[in-house]
Design a protein around this ligand. Structure first.
Ligand code: SF4
Length: 475
């Protein structure tokens, strides 16, 4: 595709966490050798899957809710500019300030300047995929501002100088003895006699975080939804840390992807039923915090909303790929994916792992920068069935595989295969040749060079004893 003036740009490189250092097959190869990681992942994903399946089965209208969620998201994308302008107008009318960030660099600069202006050298953070995507913590640290993650799993990742490996459970790759070691090593003021009993670990984090909540004047959050008709922002979470961050500080800065807007409160009702059941396997979220601008004498007295593009307009421009922006980050597709369950999230290189990461990251960055991700799937379709907003991830993966760069050799082989299949006599001869190769004992050994890389991770299908043509000819 040629570039023309006005073409939406993809997320810039050199900032943020959308690109890995290695291809998916290289990183997955190492991850597969880690038995502990695979045990942790299997246990966690099986538990969440079971819980989620039970509460979804309670709802007789689950499929209708999925259809409604999908339709609302499609309608939002169809009139995104209008809804975002309405949202901006309502937030400003309620006393907030709205900033538009074209990419990660702009968003990081806006947030850093806002924090600097408050004079605070520390911010508390609610778990947010958008701020991880843009590498906000790294940008704040570079400016001498300490970001403190307050979600327990995010805190484990931050103290361990690690990377998140799951959208909902970022420390899914860690077991409790590893968490104890991290706390002992990096948590200020921790009791040296700390055990790996989960309530003891949670109490240690709670003590550390309480002190931090009460002594920090600026908070940074993401947003699960923004309601255009009133300018209201919503964050859903399970631990109450979000509620503390969103109500205690003087200044609140929210970084939100453009696609999170919904038109009305009635639309929100659909997602508040879909999200908890699909993500944590709960009937409703333990904490749903909503706020509209600034309320004098109640909560943060200064509110800033940063609307983030960072490649989303480029995703929107692709009719076949734009449904990736319907995602409500529930992580159900990760928990059912046989590839994710074996490799874990780090192998994907991006903050968005699993099936949704395999379609969202390459579109945000441009498919050339994440060309191996659309292949990180067996195309079994489990993600499509699990998705509460019915995103057809398998079809999108095939679409992106087509867009990904292909080697000259691969293109030549595919052209030759297409030519052969378009010429019946040639095709019949190719079938006979495949049969001869089988008789000659080629079977099981993979393809010869230069085609051998295709069979390094696949079994070469055995040609049938009798082709359909032979069968037909005999009758
Ligand atoms: S693609 Fe669907 S299942 Fe996966 S995280 Fe997004 S909403 Fe959830």
């Amino acid at each position: 595709m040629s570039t023309f003036l006005g073409m939406p740009v993809t997320a810039p490189s050199g900032v943020g966490n959308l690109r890995g250092d290695r291809t998916f097959p290289e990183a997955a190869h190492d991850a597969l050798a880690d038995g502990q990681l695979r045990r942790n992942l299997r246990h966690a994903t099986t538990t969440i899957r079971g819980k989620s399946g039970r509460v979804i089965a309670e709802l007789p209208d689950w499929q209708e809710l999925r259809t409604a969620g999908s339709a609302i998201k499609a309608s939002v994308l169809a009139r995104l500019p209008e809804l975002l302008e309405q949202l901006e107008e309502r937030v400003v009318a309620a006393g907030g300030v709205v900033h538009w960030a074209a990419d990660a660099n702009e968003a990081n600069a806006i947030v850093t300047d806002l924090v600097r202006a408050t004079g605070s050298e520390r911010v508390i953070k609610v778990k947010s995929m958008a701020t991880q995507e843009i590498g906000l913590n790294e940008a704040l640290e570079a400016a001498g501002i300490q970001p403190v993650e307050t979600d327990l799993a995010e805190l484990i990742v931050q103290l361990g100088e690690d990377k998140p490996s799951h959208i909902l459970v970022p420390a899914i790759h860690r077991n409790r003895s590893e968490i104890r070691e991290i706390f002992l090593r990096a948590m200020p003021g921790v009791d040296p006699g700390l055990t790996d009993d989960p309530p003891v670990l949670a109490a240690a984090a709670r003590k550390y975080l309480r002190e931090t909540f009460l002594s920090t004047r600026v908070a940074v959050s993401g947003a699960n939804f923004a309601i255009a008709e009133t300018g209201t922002l919503a964050v859903v979470e399970s631990e109450g840390n979000g509620r503390m961050c969103l109500t205690l500080p003087d200044t609140l800065i929210t970084v939100m992807g453009l696609e999170k807007v919904v038109p009305t409160w009635q639309d929100l009702e659909v997602f508040l039923q879909l999200l908890p059941r699909a993500s944590t396997g709960e009937r409703m979220n333990p904490y749903t915090t909503m706020w509209t601008g600034v309320t004098p004498g109640d909560g943060p007295q200064s509110f800033h909303l940063v609307l983030l593009d960072n490649g989303r307009s480029a995703v929107l421009a692709d009719r076949a790929g734009r449904a990736a922006l319907h995602c409500i980050r529930c992580s159900a597709c990760l928990n059912v994916c046989p590839v994710y369950e074996r490799t874990g999230g780090h192998a994907y290189g991006s903050v968005y792992p699993g099936p949704i990461g395999a379609v969202l990251s390459p579109q945000l960055t441009g498919v050339e920068d994440n060309a191996s991700l659309p292949y990180a799937s067996s195309l079994c379709g489990a993600c499509f069935d699990a998705c509460p907003v019915k995103i057809d991830i398998p079809s999108m993966l095939v679409h992106l595989r087509d867009k990904a760069p292909h080697s000259r050799m691969e293109r030549a082989v595919m052209r030759a295969a297409a030519y052969t299949m378009n010429h019946p006599r040639l095709y019949a001869r190719a079938q006979r040749a495949a049969k001869l190769a089988r008789i000659a004992g080629r079977r099981g050994r993979g393809l010869p060079p230069p085609l051998s890389s295709w069979t390094t991770a696949r079994d070469l299908p055995e040609p049938p004893e009798q082709t359909f043509r032979d069968w037909w000819a005999r009758r």
